[in-house]
Design a protein around this ligand. Structure first.
Ligand code: TYD
Length: 206
C-alpha cells in the first residue's frame, strides 16, 4: 500500500496470535521502528461498538448480517487507522483481517467464500497485507488452551467443534492459494520458536 509494513496474524481461537503479535511488536520497537499493534474486530472506536455486537449479542445474528458487521468494522479500521499508519511508514501488526472473514463467515457460517472476500476487498478498497502469519492448530488442542484461560466463551468461540474444523481447513486452503503472502506455522511449537520463524520472514522486508 505504501512505505509501511503490514503484518496480519490469523488462526483459530486459542492459537496464540495475541502473544505472537506482542512479541513481534516488542522486537520491532527494539529495532527502532514505530509499531502500531491493532486488531479486528475492534481496532477503532466504532469498531469497539461493532465488536461488542458480534461477540456478545445474546441470540442469533443472521450470517450475512454478521459478515457485513465484520466488513463494516474492517472498512472503518483500514480507512481511519491502518492506512494512515502505513502512509506514515509505520509497521502495523494486526490480529485478524479479511482471512478471518473468509474462514469464519465463509467456511464456518457457510457463506460463499469468494463473495465474503470480495465484500472485504470492496470495504477496504482492495487492501492486502504484506505478510499474513497463520498459526495453525487442531481445534481440539486450541480448546484445551481456551478452557485453561478460564474466560467465558464469546459467540464464535462457543460454536461447535465442526465449525472450528471447517475454519481450520479454510485457513489452510487460503494459505495454499497465496504462498507469497502467507507464512504457516505449527502453533503448538514453543512461542519463542514461533517468534523466531516470524522474524526470519519479516527481516528482509524491513
Ligand atoms: P479475537 O479478537 O481473536 O478474539 P479474542 O480476543 O477473544 O481471542 O476474535 C474475535 C472473534 O471474531 C473470533 O472468534 C473470530 C471472529 N471473527 C470472525 O468471525 N470474522 C472476522 O472477520 C474476524 C476479524 C473475527
Amino acid at each position: 500500500m505504501t512505505n509501511g509494513l503490514w503484518v496480519t496474524l490469523e488462526g483459530g481461537d486459542g492459537s496464540g496470535k495475541t502473544t505472537q503479535a506482542a512479541l513481534l511488536a516488542e522486537w520491532l520497537s527494539g529495532q527502532g521502528r514505530t509499531v502500531l499493534h491493532t486488531r479486528e474486530p475492534g481496532g477503532s472506536e466504532v469498531g469497539t461498538l461493532i465488536r461488542d455486537i458480534v461477540l456478545h449479542h445474546r441470540g442469533e445474528i443472521a450470517p450475512r448480517a454478521e459478515a457485513l458487521l465484520y466488513a463494516a468494522d474492517r472498512a472503518h479500521h483500514v480507512a481511519t487507522v491502518v492506512r494512515p499508519a502505513l502512509e506514515r511508514g509505520d509497521v502495523v501488526i494486526q490480529d485478524r483481517y479479511l482471512d478471518s472473514s473468509v474462514a469464519y463467515q465463509g467456511a464456518g457460517r457457510v457463506l460463499d467464500a469468494v463473495q465474503v472476500r470480495d465484500l472485504s476487498l470492496w470495504a477496504t478498497e482492495g487492501a492486502l497485507p504484506d505478510v499474513t502469519v497463520l498459526l495453525d492448530i487442531d481445534p481440539a488442542a486450541a480448546r484445551h488452551r481456551l478452557d485453561a484461560d478460564d474466560k467465558p466463551f464469546d459467540r464464535l468461540e462457543a460454536e461447535k467443534e465442526e465449525f472450528h474444523a471447517r475454519v481450520r481447513d479454510a485457513y489452510l486452503r487460503l494459505a495454499d492459494a497465496e504462498p507469497g503472502r502467507f507464512l504457516t506455522i505449527d502453533a503448538t511449537l514453543p512461542p519463542k520458536q514461533i517468534a523466531e520463524l516470524v522474524r526470519t520472514r519479516i527481516t528482509p522486508l524491513l
